[in-house]
Write a protein that binds this ligand. Structure first.
Ligand SMILES: CC(C)(COP(=O)(O)OP(=O)(O)OC[C@H]1O[C@@H](n2cnc3c(N)ncnc32)[C@H](O)[C@@H]1OP(=O)(O)O)[C@@H](O)C(=O)NCCC(=O)NCCS
Length: 175
C-alpha cells in the first residue's frame, strides 16, 4: 500500500544515531546474503559508523534525508553535489550516493518518492543530470532505477573489504 503521509525531512545532527542505525541495518539486510561476512565486517569497521557519518554530515555539499513515519525513519537518502560527489564531480551533476528503504517498507513507492526529492533538489540547484552507482549484481535496484528513468552510461570499481566489485553508473538527464 502506498502511504501518502510519509514526511521527507532533512536529517539533523541530533539524529546521527538514527542515521547510523538505519544505514547499517539497511546495508546488511540488502547485502549480507550476497557477500563474504569478513569483507562486510571489514567494510563496516570504518564505513556507516557514527564517526564516518558525522564527518559526511559536516560536508556542506552532502545532504541526508529521512522518510519519516510516526515510529521513526523508514528510509533515507544521501545526495552529493560538487566535490562531495564520489566521482565525475561535475558542477552540473547531483549524485544519489545512497537510497535505502527498510525491508518491510520496500515496494511501497518510498524509493520513488525519494528519487523525486533528489530530482527536485537537482532542479532547484540548476543541475542538468542526476547520477548514481549501483552494484551490477543488485538487479532489483537496477530495474527500479530504470523504471525511474535512469540509463547505464559507465562502470566503476567499488571495494567491499577485499572484494573488488563493479558498480554500474546510471544517469537521468533533466530537461
Ligand atoms: C531499491 C529501493 C531503494 C527501491 O525502493 P522501494 O521503495 O522499494 O521502491 P518502489 O516501491 O518505489 O519501487 C520498486 C519497484 O519494484 C516493485 N516491487 C514490488 N515489490 C517489491 C519489493 N518487495 N521490494 C522492492 N521492490 C518491489 C515495485 O512494484 C516497483 O516497481 P515499478 O518501479 O515498476 O513501479 C529499495 O527496495 C531498497 O532499499 N532496496 C535495498 C537497498 C538497495 O539496494 N538500495 C540501492 C543501493 S544502490
Amino acid at each position: 500500500m502506498i502511504n501518502n503521509n510519509i514526511n521527507v525531512q532533512s536529517v539533523s545532527r541530533t539524529q546521527l544515531a538514527e542515521l547510523t542505525y538505519i544505514s547499517r541495518k539497511t546495508f546488511l539486510d540488502a547485502f549480507a546474503h550476497m557477500n563474504n561476512p569478513d569483507d562486510l565486517t571489514a567494510f563496516l569497521t570504518n564505513h556507516l559508523t557514527n564517526e564516518s557519518l558525522s564527518i559526511e554530515m559536516a560536508d556542506p555539499n552532502s545532504e541526508f534525508y529521512f522518510a519519516m513515519e510516526d515510529s521513526g525513519p523508514i528510509a533515507y537518502l544521501k545526495v552529493n553535489t560538487g566535490d562531495a560527489q564520489t566521482e565525475l564531480k561535475h558542477n552540473d551533476g547531483l549524485e544519489i550516493e545512497r537510497i535505502y528503504v527498510l525491508k518491510n517498507h520496500q515496494g511501497k513507492k518510498l524509493g520513488h518518492r525519494l528519487i523525486a526529492e533528489a530530482i527536485k533538489m537537482a532542479r532547484q540547484k540548476d543541475k542538468t543530470y542526476v547520477w548514481l552507482g549501483v552494484w551490477e549484481r543488485n538487479a532489483d535496484a537496477i530495474r527500479f532505477y530504470q523504471h525511474n528513468g535512469f540509463a547505464i552510461f559507465d562502470k566503476h570499481e567499488f571495494k567491499i573489504g577485499n572484494d573488488n566489485q563493479t558498480d554500474l553508473m546510471m544517469k537521468l538527464k533533466l530537461d
